[in-house]
Structure formats: structure tokens, C-alpha cells
Design a protein around this ligand. Structure first.
Ligand code: G6P
Length: 520
């Protein structure tokens, strides 16, 4: 609180030190080092100096608007003035904000799941829109402070979906939801229940840029693998925070795909906007309905994973992979590329197959015991197996706080193998027939240097497999290549989960991490 103004802020005011120096010159004192206090003090300063207004309401709204014009960065604000403690003023730029509407009162939150216990009705604000929120009334204004009418949305998620429902952690609950949400992605596609797939005409595009952050970027690597191997479309995967500042070699025949569970990740959103400015067609693969990326993409395909509460994504990632599988099948159909329909047959049983992976709890617990007291763990694989390693390694490090790295198995000898010591765990993934022997040779190299080796493969290799190089072997169901990452990564999620549990970590809320990164 500064003077007349109290506020809550989600985001970062990038030019806060500039504004702070200005305010210090004007005699304002500060109690903290935060940009939020500067935002609060600045709105208060503008408010106190605001002349030329019809009434107190206009003065408050105008001072917020004027201050916001001087802020650089991102914000969602809830602002209360001292003399009207029952009124919340609100506005946003680049940070998410929902205004929940109910008969008992109205709310602001940064995520729909936070309001579902009270209401399903909500309003979304655009940049330079302002809300005056009272217990029984919400008024929205445009940048000229004219009253406007906004659409009232109805959330499709329920409050029960946002509860643990008997599971020890949200992460475990969400892992267990994968059989049904993956089946749902495929039935929506194969039973033609989602018209958005047909809006993407792959015969128009000669290349694809997939842009995302974190696990969504890892899901995109699987997407690249499928697009290149099956639909013959050259595809690059770009980290959104890099993409937004690099030279974009976009042509009118480039399709940009932005992948985001939350639909609010700041870097992914910036990449979307830059791509659109460069006249590219943008396809969004998004989970959160009505989120900014979903609204701003030219075409949006929802993954329908339902609310994901655990910070470490699980069903968010696997539904993205399944959505890529559907897109690639569609691309093949449109380009008249023959395929053997394995996926179409497989999807009828996919829920049971994933459930059988989840049910191997004791095996995950055994693997976790061998990892939980180690400091460094390596994941190795080749081709698409390496893409899965990246997600497995990220999952493990984010929730168990054990240092882990994913390496293309063939790269080990170019440096990393020097880190292998007696007992260092090496998890090797080998699901690809063409590369199986190569990966086996690489795991043997680590075993020869003392590594504790954990070998993850599929049942189709049970006959060729020899026991000599693996301390622990995990056999998982054989599926088509379209579903392999879903199967393997589900197991890796559970290995990470059991390891973090043994270490007593705060699984759903790992330290220093946020579910939705709405700042750069
Ligand atoms: C954060 C989350 C990750 C997620 C990434 C991208 O880092 O902790 O789990 O993969 O953001 O989020 P998005 O919502 O864009 O998929």
C-alpha cells in the first residue's frame, strides 16, 4: 500500500527503476525493492496529481490508465483505493486475469481453476480495458473509459476436476488421468468431433516452425519427429524465448505452431505475436480454454486435458504429443501419403495400454530407490528416444532436485562420459529398432565405467535382449511410433514422482518454479 492505493500485481514492471528514481525525486519513500511497490506508488502519485475529472470514479480510472501507459512489461492488477474499500479496479497487459461473476460476489484471479468453487462464469479483459468490480456489479471500460459490454464465458472445467479426489498429490492424479484424456484426444480426431483439425491445410505449407517452452517444447520435438518421418514436412523446434529475438526466416508457406498448456506463457505469446506480424499462419495447441494464445492464434486445437494443477506437467505433455499424432495423420491424409492405420486401430485400446504402464508401480519404486540418494543422473537415447529422455530428465530434476541431464547416446563419448563414476545412474531408452543396438553399445560403455544402468525398452525386444548390461530393465508395451513417447514418458513421470516422494520433496509445488510463466 502506498498513500491511497493498495494493489496486488502479477507480472514485471520492467522500467520500475526509472519510475522509482522519478518518484524519489518527488519525495516518495519506498519500503521494499519490488517493482510492485513502484507500480503502486506510481498509480498513487498520478491519482494525487489528477486534475480535470468529472467525479471520483473517473479520477481513479483515469489515474490507472495514465499510469499504465507509462509501465513497460507485464501486469495484471487488482487495485483498491482507501476511500472505496469495497471496490476493486482491475486491468491487465500480458499477464492472465479472469473476473469471476457470481450472485454472492465477484472475484479476480489469474486462473479459472481458482474461481471454480464459487462460479463458472467469467469475463476476460484485453489490454487497455479496465474493470470496476463491486460485490453485485462489474463495469468494464475501454481505453476512452467508455462503458463496454463483454462476453460472459462459462468454464468447461468443474471444481471437482480441480481437487485431488483421494490422490496423495495432484501430479499423481494427473498421471492417472492420462488413459482417459489421451483416449479423448484420439476419439475427438478419429470420430471427427473437432472441426479445427480440418482448418489446417498441410498441402499449403513447405515447412513448420514449432515454438514452445519447457515440456511443451519437448512435446514439440516429438511433433517434429512425426512431421518429418511421416508427413515429409521439414520442421524446426524453437525455444520461444530464443525465437522472439532471432532472425525469423518465415515465408508465406511456413506454418507456425505454438504449443502451450496454459496458453499464457509470456515468451510463447510473444513468439505468436511476432509470427503474426510477419504474416505467418499460427496454429495454437493449447489446453486452457479461452487463454490468450488460444484466442490470438489463427486456428486453435485444444488438447482437452482438463485442469492441470501440479506445477510439473504430465497429462499436459502427453495430450500435446497425441495432438501432434493426429495432426500428422491429417497431414498424411491431405498429402496422400500412405499409412498403415496402426494408430487408428490402436486408439481403441490406448487407455488400457497406458493404464498397464501406470500399474507397474513396484517397478518404479525399485528404480526410485536406486536414484533417490544420487547427485547426478544421465538419460541417454537416440532419435526419438532422445526426445523422450529430455522430458524424463526435466521431470526428474524439477520435482526431485537431483541434477540430471539428457544426452544423445552417441554424443556421450564427446565429453559427458568423463562424468560417469562408480554407481552413477544412467537411464537408457531404446525403443527404435534401427537404433536399438547402437544404444545398447552406448549403455555398455557406461557400464564398463561403473555406471548403475537402468534400461527402458519395449516388449518387442524381449527376445533379443541380453541381461548382461543392465542392472534394472523395464519392459513397456509396444505401440506404434505415434504413441511411443506417451508410453515411455508416462513411465518416466512415475519414476520422477516416486523418486521425489522418497526424498520428501514438495511434489506439486517444487521450489522456484511456477505453473504458468507469464513474465519474460
Ligand atoms: C512452466 C511449467 C512447465 C511448462 C512450461 C511451459 O515452466 O512449469 O511445466 O512446460 O512452463 O508452459 P506452457 O503453459 O506454455 O505449456
Amino acid at each position: 500500500m502506498v498513500g491511497n492505493v493498495t494493489l496486488v500485481h502479477n507480472g514485471i514492471i520492467e522500467n520500475y527503476s526509472e519510475l522509482k528514481s522519478y518518484l524519489i525525486q518527488k519525495g516518495v519513500n519506498f519500503n521494499s525493492q519490488t517493482d510492485t511497490e513502484v507500480a503502486c506508488a506510481y498509480i498513487n502519485y498520478v491519482y494525487e496529481n489528477m486534475k480535470d475529472f468529472k467525479d471520483e470514479d473517473e479520477r481513479k480510472l483515469k489515474s490507472i490508465l495514465k499510469a499504465c501507459l507509462d509501465f513497460r512489461g507485464s501486469y495484471a492488477f487488482g487495485i483498491i483505493f482507501k476511500d472505496t474499500p469495497d471496490v476493486i479496479y482491475s486491468t491487465r497487459k500480458d499477464s492472465p486475469l479472469v473476473i469471476g461473476l457470481s450472485d454472492e460476489g465477484n472475484f479476480i484471479a489469474s486462473d479459472i481453476s481458482a474461481i471454480l468453487d464459487y462460479t463458472k462464469k467469467y469475463i476476460l479483459l484485453n489490454y487497455m480495458e479496465f474493470a470496476k468490480i463491486e460485490k453485485d456489479n462489474v463495469t468494464i471500460y475501454d481505453k476512452n473509459l467508455e462503458i463496454i459490454t463483454k462476453k460472459i464465458n462459462e468454464a468447461t472445467w468443474s471444481a471437482t476436476e480441480c481437487k485431488k479426489n483421494g490422490y496423495e498429490h495432484f501430479m499423481l492424479k494427473e498421471i492417472n488421468e492420462q488413459p482417459s484424456v489421451i483416449k479423448n484426444v484420439y476419439s475427438r480426431f478419429f470420430e471427427n468431433k473437432d472441426e479445427n483439425y480440418s482448418k489446417v491445410d498441410f498441402s499449403k505449407y513447405t515447412n513448420i516452425h514449432i515454438v514452445a517452452c519447457g515440456s511443451a517444447m519437448h512435446a514439440s520435438l516429438i511433433g517434429k519427429y512425426l512431421f518429418e518421418n511421416y508427413a515429409n514436412i521439414p520442421t524446426t523446434v524453437e525455444i520461444a524465448s530464443e525465437y522472439r529475438y532471432k532472425k525469423l526466416l518465415l515465408t508465406p508457406s511456413t506454418l507456425v505452431i505454438i504449443v502451450s498448456q496454459s496458453g499464457e506463457t509470456a515468451d510463447s505469446l510473444a513468439a505468436l505475436r511476432i509470427s503474426k506480424e510477419n504474416k505467418a499462419t499460427v496454429l495454437g495447441i493449447v489446453n486452457a480454454v479461452g487463454s490468450t494464445i488460444a484466442r490470438e492464434a489463427d486456428i486453435t486445437i485444444y488438447t482437452h486435458a482438463g485442469p492441470e494443477i501440479a506445477v510439473a506437467t504430465t497429462k499436459g505433455y502427453t495430450t500435446q504429443v497425441a495432438t501432434f499424432a493426429c495432426l500428422v495423420i491429417n497431414a498424411m491424409k491431405q498429402k496422400n501419403i500412405k499409412y498403415d492405420f496402426t494408430l487408428e486401430n490402436e486408439y481403441n485400446n490406448i487407455d488400457k495400454i497406458i493404464q498397464s504402464v501406470i500399474d507397474k508401480t513396484n517397478e518404479y519404486k525399485d528404480i526410485a530407490k536406486s536414484l533417490s540418494n544420487r547427485n547426478d543422473i544421465f538419460f541417454i537415447g537416440r532419435g526419438n528416444d532422445y526426445n523422450m529422455c529430455m522430458e524424463g530428465s526435466l521431470k526428474l530434476k524439477e520435482i526431485s532436485y537431483i541434477h540430471s541431464e539428457a544426452y544423445p547416446a552417441g554424443e556421450l563419448k564427446h565429453g559427458t562420459i568423463s562424468l560417469i563414476e562408480e554407481g552413477t545412474p544412467v537411464i537408457a531408452i531404446a525403443t527404435d529398432k534401427e537404433l536399438y543396438e547402437k544404444t545398447v553399445s552406448n549403455i555398455k560403455e557406461t557400464k564398463a565405467r561403473g555406471a548403475f544402468t537402468i534400461f527402458i525398452t519395449t516388449e518387442e525386444f524381449k527376445d533379443t535382449y541380453t541381461k548382461d548390461f543392465a542392472d534394472i530393465t523395464l519392459f513397456l508395451p509396444t505401440t506404434s511410433l505415434f504413441n511411443e513417447a506417451i508410453i515411455i514418458v508416462t513411465a518416466l513421470q512415475l519414476i520422477a514422482y516416486e523418486t521425489a516422494k522418497l526424498r520428501g520433496c514438495d511434489i506439486d509445488k517444487p521450489k522456484n518454479l511456477a505453473k504458468s510463466v507469464t513474465v519474460e
